[in-house]
Design a protein around this ligand. Sequence first.
Ligand code: ADP
Length: 262
Amino acid sequence: QGAIVVGLRVAPLDDEYILILADDRTEITRTEAMRHDFVVNVSHELKTPVGAISLLSETIDDAAEDEDAVRRFAGRLKVESVRLSALVQDIIELSRLQSKDVVHEGAPVDMNRVAAEAVDRVRLTAEARGITVKLGGHVDRPVHGDADQLMTAVRNLVDNAVRYSPDKTTVGVGVSSVDGLAQVTVTDQGIGIGADEQDRVFERFYRVDSARSRQTGGTGLGLSIVKHVVANHGGEVTVWSQPGRGSTFTIRLPLWEDETDH
Ligand code: ADP
């Protein structure tokens, strides 16, 4: 860390001089290392559901006579396929985000609608567990960006708030404008995140509790996707949290600049 990687090329120029070319390869080396880590992680993450699916299919074959067993294995097969499909979707989404520059092709996006849709989509799952999802606030101006990406980001935060909360609690989603930025906050009364892990949760595949993440259908990529979407929009995402009390995730995004304003 902090080291600089330099590529050196030496060539004789004439009888008296040699030419030394030095180029800074720090960024290239770092990017290559990150890409390599990602490929290793993806392979590891894919192995679990793929392994389970192949094992379950074999077992179903062997247990063909036992109807009950077949039904149980088929149920497990479905769970593992859903998990695999979610993982593949998130991996594709993340790669797409990393290679896209939305700011140039952005359009005005109404964050009030984005938040309302995100809340609507999670409402049934939340209600089934007695979790109340409250939506409040308003932002007068749109933000500059890509509606689908912003929807994905807010939905990931709201999904997480529900998934990491006990039954019969409340999740709050607030929209406002603060310091000339659009702000969306998602607050839960859930398990919270320790201070030393609050930065790490935005890393790809980082989970505080892997078992809980998997049980609730997590891919470990949700917050990493949020971070990329927000960065692509020139904004920031922050977290405040206390273990055992809950968390608040905040997204701040630049507002749409109407050309007719100038
Ligand atoms: P996952 O699919 O595992 O939920 P994320 O990238 O969305 O992946 O989140 C990374 C980790 O951050 C989660 O595994 C969980 O440990 C933690 N986390 C995310 N959101 C919350 C939350 N609202 N409350 C508590 N922990 C959270």
